[in-house]
Design a protein around this ligand. Structure first.
Ligand SMILES: [Fe+2]
Ligand SMILES: [Fe+2]
Length: 274
């Protein structure tokens, strides 16, 4: 099992710079408190697990968005795209901080798995580099970020606990734009590669779609179709959706939002899910 790294917050002299960005330069309210003592112990334990996973994925988004920003800059993408992805990095750091606050409030710890550094973007160049950036863009932003924003939207609709609802709302506000930035960047990059390269990128996207389905606990089986329990309802109040709901959003939105927009961007994928 990989080692874990504790992520500390507000411990250096530049903490004020960070907090200003987490609080949108003073525009957003601090998260309200959560009455942890009133939570059912099973719901609390499962919530700790759920928010720990969410912290890891938000933190991973910091790594991926940072890598994508440097890759876009390295291949000479329009500065507006580099700027938009720089904004995603800042957003993802805000999300990691907000989830860390929720996690710490529940008695948990913000941690990530120790993993190797991302590969250096300089090892390939020219059209091979553009193909590689497009494959990452389509997989992580057009698929991953676009679907995540639909999941956060659904979480926001069911979250009732004020602290978790405020956190979900803050994250959704940003996530709603990240997929769109990805499609805009993909449209720009796809013009620069040939049909063969597009075919290779499409295969990578199919893999990314499968990986996302697995990350949500899929594929969905008949055994997953069971009535909601009180624990499920308790978790939904905190904005944590059951697996069946997550996969339902995935199957519907991949068909209605992701694949048609990739095709509009000039990257037909040729995939049917379920
Ligand atoms: Fe995020
Ligand atoms: Fe995001």
């Amino acid at each position: 099992m990989s080692a874990k790294i504790d992520i500390r917050r507000d411990v250096t002299r530049v903490k004020a710079v960070h907090r200003r960005r987490v609080e949108r330069l003073g525009d957003s309210e601090p998260l309200p408190p959560c009455d942890v003592a009133s939570l059912d112990p099973v719901v609390r334990a499962r919530a700790l697990q759920g928010f720990s996973q969410l912290f890891e994925t938000e933190y991973e988004s910091v790594v991926i968005a940072g890598f994508m920003t440097s890759a876009l800059a390295r291949i000479g993408a329009p500065l507006d795209l580099v700027g938009a992805f720089g904004k995603i990095v800042e957003d993802e750091i805000r999300h990691a901080d907000l989830v860390a606050q929720v996690l710490e409030g529940l008695g948990g710890k913000a941690q990530i798995l120790a993993q190797p550094l991302p590969p250096a973007p300089e090892t390939i160049s020219g059209t091979r580099a553009i193909e590689e950036v497009l494959a990452g863009m389509a997989s992580f932003f057009c698929v991953g970020e676009e679907l995540s924003s639909h999941i956060f939207k659904a979480s926001l609709e069911v979250a009732r606990e004020p602290r978790m609802r405020a956190m979900t709302s803050e994250i959704f506000t940003d996530e709603a734009t990240h997929g769109a930035f990805g499609f805009e960047a993909a449209k720009e990059l796809v013009r620069l590669i040939d049909e063969k390269a597009k075919g290779r990128v499409a295969l990578r996207v199919v893999e990314a779609v499968k990986a996302f389905e697995q990350r949500l606990g899929g594929p969905l089986s008949l055994a997953d179709k069971k009535p909601l329990t009180d624990v499920d309802r308790g978790l939904a109040r905190l904005g944590l959706l059951p697996k069946e709901a997550l996969l339902g959003i995935f199957y519907e939105r991949i068909e209605s939002h992701v694949l048609p927009r990739l095709e509009d961007a000039g990257l037909p994928i040729g995939l049917r899910v379920q």
